[in-house]
Ligand binder design. Structure first.
Ligand code: GCO
Ligand code: MG
Length: 403
């Protein structure tokens, strides 16, 4: 089966998405997500200018060879732009292969390991009371795992908390918004947040928290220890992980489980974290980790070290990523949890999908492929809008910090 055409579709139904459509001479079509929040057009160009012309005429069934061709062949390995582009090609080819086999994608990966996929929701509030209310609202909706983030007294803007009544959207400015930060205030506030949340929900709900790379290792130890009584499911991105060995200190000083990986794009970014069992959950996504092939390689490696998956599932990954992730989650033996930050209705209309939410769990569909496509006519009504993630500055002196 030959690849006949590749098309990049950039649209903004509520937020920006980059989608790759691959067509074949047998009439089968596959879709991949190539969205890299705030850097969308770089991946679109990488595909259109550098990848797509090289793939026309190739055998669509040779997924592994095409992955290696794009990874080794570029000479310049790794990086989020390259790997998101490879990820989109790979996801679209798996979609085609599963359609050719007339099977849902999880069957090609090895079949079903579970009946449904545990997901966690986001509960955000401007203060502790508002966050507790949101956590309880999500508990009523059936969620068994809930991430709690709250505004911090003395800071104007905090990661995860939307302004006013709007849904939280990480890329909301035509230029990067400037947020403020103070670690001391955050470290005093966050244990109080979880005292209140845990006593409101009781012992049975899994609680999660995202520190969004803002702490140093020793500060992460302080937070991890302070949160131990509340038995978190995980503390996410406690510190930046370019220096993987910095997690040794955190790991050996606190019992709070650790999750990392949403900014990683290959196995090399997490090799030491996994091999030394410095983390409990690896959070790479289908889109950013080089597709199903890249993610599967990371998940299999992680399984050797009792590290489980917890795929990134923010709204800046398109429903195509969510659909593909749910097939991986349905198969992967060392599954932990899946992030589920619901897309807006306008996004979901543009991406017809067959996955569904059922009381705290997601279920992938049974149609052939990964079950998600794009309505190109509708997508054309929502042209690209420049949008950037915010940046973070220290409150006391304006110096740059990690967003
Ligand atoms: C998460 C993430 C997101 C990211 C966003 C960046 O845990 O879901 O931290 O909120 O900030 O995906 O593009
Ligand atoms: Mg995160």
């Amino acid at each position: 089966m030959k690849i006949t055409a590749l098309k990049v579709i950039v649209c903004s139904p509520g937020r920006n998405f980059v989608t790759l459509k691959i067509e074949t001479d047998e009439g089968l079509v596959g879709y991949g997500d190539a969205t890299l929040n705030g850097r969308e057009l770089a991946v679109a160009s990488y595909l259109t200018d550098h990848i797509n012309p090289c793939l026309v005429g190739r055998d669509a069934h040779q997924i592994e060879d095409i992955w290696q061709y794009l990874y080794r062949g570029a000479y310049w390995r790794r990086g989020p732009v390259t790997m998101s582009a490879i990820g989109a090609v790979d996801t679209a080819l798996w979609d085609i292969k599963a359609k050719a086999a007339n099977m849902p994608l999880y069957q090609l990966l090895g079949g079903r390991s579970r009946s449904r996929v545990l997901v966690y929701a986001h509960a955000n509030g401007s203060d502790i009371a508002a966050t507790v209310e949101e956590v309880l609202r999500h508990q009523e909706m059936g969620f068994e795992a809930i991430r709690a983030q709250s505004g911090v007294p003395g800071l104007d803007t905090v990661y995860g908390v939307a302004k006013g009544q709007k849904l939280y959207e990480p890329a909301d400015g035509s230029l990067p918004a400037e947020h403020d930060w103070n670690t001391e205030k955050y470290l005093v506030h966050t244990p109080k947040l979880f005292d209140a949340v845990r006593s409101a929900v009781g012992p049975d709900v899994h609680l999660l928290h995202d520190a969004h790379h803002r702490l140093t290792p020793i500060e992460a130890v302080r937070l991890g220890r302070d949160l131990e009584p509340h038995r978190l499911f995980w503390l996410e991105d406690a510190t930046p992980a370019e220096n993987q060995e910095s997690f040794r200190l955190i790991r050996h000083a606190t019992l709070t489980p650790l999750a990392v990986g949403e900014v990683f794009n290959t196995i090399w970014d997490c090799k030491q974290l996994i091999e030394e069992q410095l983390i409990d959950y690896i959070r790479t996504s289908v889109t950013h980790a080089g597709g199903i092939t890249g993610l599967r390689r990371i998940a299999d490696f992680a399984s050797l070290y009792q590290v489980r998956t917890g795929c990134h599932g923010a709204t800046d990954l398109s429903p195509i990523c969510m659909g593909a992730a749910l097939h991986v989650d349905t198969w992967v033996p060392n599954f932990g949890i899946q992030e589920y930050m619901r897309h807006s209705e306008v996004t979901l209309d543009v991406f017809p999908h067959d996955y569904r939410f059922e009381s705290g769990y997601m279920v992938c569909g049974e149609s052939a492929g990964h079950g998600v496509s794009i309505d190109e006519k509708l997508a054309a009504k929502y042209p690209y809008q420049p949008a950037y993630l915010p940046i973070n500055r220290q409150k006391h002196d304006g110096a740059m910090w990690n967003w």
